[in-house]
Design a protein around this ligand. Structure first.
Ligand code: AMP
Length: 276
């Protein structure tokens, strides 16, 4: 097993990847947990010959001024140790904010309508930040494939749109959500939760799964089951969408998505639903 290389600059990264026959990218913001590690495993399986590149970058562009950029967990040393012991990543790219956005940086990619629904209603500039940083990472690494988790289901839809619109030659592979035994979706933000809040947080996935079980009863029943199970919580949205996030699915495969605030922490989750 060759040791993982840690690089901080775009120039070093480009040099390192110069002769790679195939490159698979796994972008993250760090504070790595088993959900992230499942993406690295998938990336390794997809890259028998070439190199797996992971990135750790807490992207300021995707946080609005009232969000948790400053307090977002940063644990690079621990993350490096985890990745080294796992042995699946060839190169870890951990740039500074000034490396990614040097003085004079001006260009932002603004995705269309897909970035204004669901998460975009509360976080109107979030997906422009995501689209910009991920497009830069695609270009800097020259990756053929990039792996993203369904935890951020809308993010995948947005990035697929960006790839299509800008004719980028990157193939996105999505990975299922990794959960605790309780059903709670793993998230770097779970670290913010107090013990009592964690109990509350577990109710989100439980409500989504029990609502999804009602798929044979139709869309209205699924939605009302989820909404009434969480009616005493601070719900940002609970919506049932088609798998491509278009509204009002009636039949077949759909997706139930939610954002709920627990204390000061905003949590997102989603589950597949099979409508009759
Ligand atoms: P983040 O570090 O939160 O930006 O996430 C980096 C990548 O990990 C994204 O593609 C996320 O969707 C994915 N991810 C985060 N949590 C999970 C999870 N519990 N299961 C699977 N993938 C996840």
């Amino acid at each position: 097993m060759t040791p993982m290389l840690l690089v901080h600059t775009i120039e070093q990264l480009r040099e390192t990847l110069d002769d790679a026959s195939q490159i698979t990218l796994v972008p993250t913001m760090g504070a790595l947990h088993d959900g992230h590690l499942s993406l690295m495993e998938l990336a390794k399986d997809l890259t028998p010959q070439g190199k797996v590149v992971a990135s750790i970058f807490v992207n300021p562009l995707q946080f609005s001024p009232d969000e948790d950029l400053e307090k977002y967990p940063r644990s690079l040393d621990e993350d490096v140790a985890k990745l080294e012991s796992q042995g699946l990543v060839d190169v870890l790219f951990a740039p500074s904010a000034s490396e990614m956005y040097p003085k004079g940086f001006r260009t932002t990619i603004i995705p269309g309508e897909i970035s204004t629904i669901l998460e975009g209603e509360t976080r109107p500039t979030h997906f422009a930040g995501v689209a910009t940083v991920v497009t830069k990472l695609f270009e800097i690494t020259g990756c053929d494939t990039a792996v993203f988790g369904e935890k951020d289901y809308q993010q995948i839809a947005v990035l697929r749109q960006v790839i299509e619109d800008l004719n980028l030659s990157v193939h996105i592979v999505s990975a299922p959500i990794v959960r605790e035994e309780t059903g709670l979706a793993l998230s770097s933000r779970n670290r913010y939760l107090l013990d009592t809040e964690k109990h509350e947080a577990v109710r989100i996935s439980q409500a989504l799964f029990s609502a999804a079980d009602q798929g044979s009863q139709g869309a209205d029943t699924v939605l009302s089951t989820a909404r009434s199970a969480l009616s005493d919580m601070d719900i940002d949205y609970i919506e049932l969408r088609s798998v491509d996030l278009s509204p009002n699915p009636l039949h077949g495969e759909a997706r139930l998505l939610a954002a709920v605030r627990v204390g000061s922490t905003r949590l997102i989750d989603n589950v597949p639903v099979d409508l009759a």
